[in-house]
Structure formats: structure tokens, C-alpha cells
Design a protein around this ligand. Structure first.
Ligand code: 2P0
Length: 330
């Protein structure tokens, strides 16, 4: 092919991140600015990841296209996708269920922004790219970095200081493990964007969570991560998941993301911790019934083994029921 017919391509992957301090609520829906800061653990890309190729060529038709999981997508009607776009052809694939509360939009928009930045060889740092990814999906800004990542709510009206930053690399706490329990691969009933605005507009508990509960938890969990204090990290993680789901229940009409299997996982984790007399496991749930259980490698047999033995029959998967991940990004 002559150079005028060349196709320029960049392929990248981005990981899923699972929040331990949850993002829920926007103070600006256009710029996608959150009402509170959040903090997450980035999972390894060995299984839960988005693979995206961005390409451009003079031989392509003028229109931008996006193909997700083998199907052409209607991007012209999706303002959030267009906000991240140049004239391009994008092909993206998740190796896990899309929109099932497994952070597919986080990995998806992070991979999209990174692929486009790589294609055009843009000099921006991951922190700067996080500002773009945030406008696709809030949680996506935290998937541009590995390890422990905070998304600072920021104070400026234009959102320029609402960015993600690495709190600690994965190598800081190499014993950390995450077990992803796939309870359902169905698309969630209430999409996050819609659910969080219902909560912002109707829940009485919400303001307390955003204004006083979360800021204290952010400092406390950052200190726990720096000190590799698993019991502290675990308690804050479990409490924040519970508070987030409490504001969902307090919304009007109420929003339910957890189901009976999710609640069985909560009880089981508390039973394990009570039985051994210390906190060795922590659960967290996003906008869906699937559980992520954090534990340390030394407790793998006890935690992952017990959870698999007791809840294995109640979980489903797309390649088996369990997905064990190191919180390491390559
Ligand atoms: C989080 N979640 O911090 C929280 C916890 C779900 C529960 O971020 O509207 O898909 O696209 O900015 O990022 C899911 O919400 O929402 C989410 P948008 P997003 O991970």
C-alpha cells in the first residue's frame, strides 16, 4: 500500500478497578464531576480487561465508528462517547460481561482514551488523560493507573482539578488479593448514571455521606493502605459498600443492587472474620449483585477456599464461577 492508503493503528488494554470508597453522585452532569472523592484498587489485566484498537486512515469513510464486542454501536447518539472522540475507527472487546456491574465502563473508557492518545502519540500523563476519561465514565479515570488510585473530587467549576492519582503502586502491598464472585452476568436494572442522580435528588442520607462520611474515610483508608493495615482497610471498605447501598435503598423509588446471594456473601465474610477472631476478608459491591472479596495471600485458603466451598453453587460465570485476581497491573 502507498503511504496515502496507510492505516495508523494503536492497540491497548485497560484494567477494571473496584472502588473501596465509592463514587456515587455528580455535582455536574455535563463535565461528570463527582460529589465526593473515591478510591479504588486496580485489578490485574490477566482476565478482566478491555482490549481496544483505535485506527485512522484516508481510506476510511468519513464517519467515526465504534464496534463493541463484535457489534457496531450507535455513537452519534451517545454524547459521552463523542466527548472522547476524534475521527476514528474504534474496535473494543471486553473479556467479561458488559454493563453487569463489573466496571466495564471504567475499563472501556480508559482503554478508549489510552488508545487514542497512543495513536496520536499525545504527550499527556496518565493524570492528565484521567480528566478526559472521567468525561466518558467517572470511574474510568481510576483505570489509567495501577495499584491504589484516588479520584479527587476537585473544587474548580471547570473540573480541571477533578483527577485521578496513584496513592500507592500495586507493588507496595504485594500480598493483596481480590476474588470476583460472579453472581449475575445480566445487565443491571438501573444504569449507574441514572441511579446516582435519583439518589442525589431524593435520598436524605446522601448529603451526610458525601459531605462528612466519605472525606473522613478517604483519609483513613489512605493511611491504612500506606501502613498495609489489612483490618483497617477491610473495615472501611465494607462500611463504605454498606453506606453506598444504604443510600441506594434510601432513594425514592428505592434502588436495589444486591440480591440474596450478595447478602449471603456479606454474612459469610463476617462469619469468617468472627471465627478467626480478626479481620481477614472484606466484601464490596458496586452497582450490581457481584461481590469482590479482598484478602491477603496468606489467608487465601481460608477466605477464597471457604467462599468457593459455601457459595460456589450459587454463583454463575462465563468461564466458571470464580475469578481470582492479583491487584497488580502490568
Ligand atoms: C465506583 N460505581 O466508584 C462506583 C461504585 C458504581 C458503584 O463508578 O455515570 O459507570 O458513567 O460516571 O463510573 C459506576 O458508575 O458512572 C461507579 P458514570 P460509572 O466505582
Amino acid at each position: 500500500a502507498t503511504s496515502s492508503q496507510s492505516v495508523y493503528r494503536a492497540t491497548t488494554t485497560a484494567p477494571v478497578n473496584i472502588a473501596v470508597i465509592k463514587y456515587w453522585g455528580k455535582r455536574d452532569t455535563t463535565l461528570n464531576l463527582p460529589t465526593n472523592s473515591s478510591l479504588s484498587v486496580t485489578l490485574s489485566q490477566r482476565s478482566l480487561r478491555t482490549l481496544t484498537t483505535a485506527s485512522c486512515s484516508s481510506i476510511y469513510p468519513a464517519e467515526d465508528t465504534l464496534n463493541l464486542n463484535g457489534k457496531p454501536q450507535d455513537i452519534q447518539s451517545s454524547k459521552r462517547t463523542l466527548a472522547c472522540f476524534f475521527p476514528l475507527r474504534i474496535v473494543s472487546e471486553n473479556n467479561f460481561p458488559t454493563a453487569a456491574g463489573l466496571a466495564s465502563s471504567a475499563a472501556g473508557f480508559a482503554a478508549l482514551v489510552r488508545a487514542v492518545a497512543d495513536l496520536y502519540q499525545l504527550p499527556q500523563s496518565p493524570n492528565e488523560l484521567s480528566r478526559i476519561a472521567r468525561q466518558g465514565s467517572g470511574s474510568a479515570c481510576r483505570s489509567l493507573m495501577g495499584g491504589y488510585v484516588a479520584w479527587r473530587t476537585g473544587e474548580l467549576a471547570d473540573g480541571s482539578d477533578s483527577l485521578a492519582e496513584e496513592v500507592a503502586p500495586a507493588s507496595h502491598w504485594p500480598e493483596m488479593r481480590a476474588l470476583v464472585l460472579v453472581v449475575s452476568a445480566e445487565k443491571k436494572d438501573v444504569p449507574s448514571t441514572e441511579g446516582m442522580q435519583t439518589t442525589v435528588n431524593t435520598s436524605d442520607l446522601f448529603a451526610t455521606r458525601a459531605q462528612s462520611v466519605v472525606p473522613e474515610r478517604m483519609s483513613a483508608i489512605e493511611a491504612a493502605i500506606q501502613a498495609r493495615d489489612f483490618p483497617k482497610f477491610a473495615e472501611i471498605t465494607m462500611r463504605d459498600s454498606n453506606t453506598f447501598h444504604a443510600t441506594c435503598l434510601d432513594s425514592w423509588p428505592p434502588i436495589f443492587y444486591m440480591n440474596d446471594v450478595s447478602r449471603a456473601a456479606v454474612r459469610l465474610v463476617h462469619d469468617i472474620n468472627t471465627a478467626v477472631g480478626k479481620t481477614v476478608a472484606a466484601y464490596t459491591f458496586d452497582a450490581g449483585p457481584n461481590a469482590v472479596i479482598y484478602y491477603e495471600e496468606k489467608d487465601s485458603e481460608l477466605v477464597a477456599g471457604t467462599v468457593k466451598a459455601i457459595l460456589g453453587a450459587n454463583t454463575i460465570g462465563w468461564e466458571g464461577a470464580f475469578y481470582e485476581r492479583l491487584a497488580n497491573v502490568t
